[in-house]
Design a protein around this ligand. Structure first.
Ligand SMILES: [Zn+2]
Length: 163
């Protein structure tokens, strides 16, 4: 692990106090949107405008200091964790990390023969594989979201059927 000064230098960025504050906030947050990051930064210091936070985030991304994660619903999210790891996206646009060992297990389970055949047919070398998982609320064995089977609820507790 290196300090922010060294990290920024390695990525060709000057480590100003404001950039260090924004980076530190990003690194401590859970895949925030630019808007969420601005709110988190503002809670620590009201010295930075929204446009400064957005522009700095863009500079971090361009310098390879963070990952940008497009989501199917809502704005992109950002991740300062540059370790190879997979994400699972929720329908409402949240992003969660897949446990590292399971992500690696999944990537390592990809059939090498298929990858080689893709390279042969496309004439390209596969430099890296990126997998993004799309989650939805888990269903229980009875087929109901989150394990709630409304057939067993008293009528007063039952939700009205969606029309
Ligand atoms: Zn992540």
């Amino acid at each position: 692990m290196c300090d922010v000064q060294t990290l920024f230098r390695r990525h060709g960025l000057r480590a100003t106090a404001h950039r260090a504050l924004i980076y530190d906030t990003l690194a401590g947050a859970d895949h925030p949107t630019a808007e969420e990051l601005h709110a988190l930064v503002s809670a620590r210091c009201e010295c930075l405008s929204r446009s400064t936070v957005y522009a700095t985030l863009e500079a971090f991304h361009n310098a390879g200091l963070c990952r940008r994660i497009p989501t199917p619903a809502g704005p992109d999210r950002f991740d300062a964790d540059l370790h190879e790891h997979l994400h699972i996206l929720t329908p409402d646009g949240e992003v969660r990390d897949v446990p590292e060992t399971l992500g690696l297990e999944l990537l390592n389970a990809l059939p090498r023969g298929v990858l080689s055949e893709i390279e042969r047919r496309t004439g390209l070398r596969i430099a890296r594989v990126s997998i993004r998982l799309h989650g939805e609320p888990a269903r229980s064995e009875n087929g109901h979201p989150n394990g709630v089977d409304r057939r067993h609820l008293a009528p007063a507790d039952a939700q009205p059927a969606a029309r």
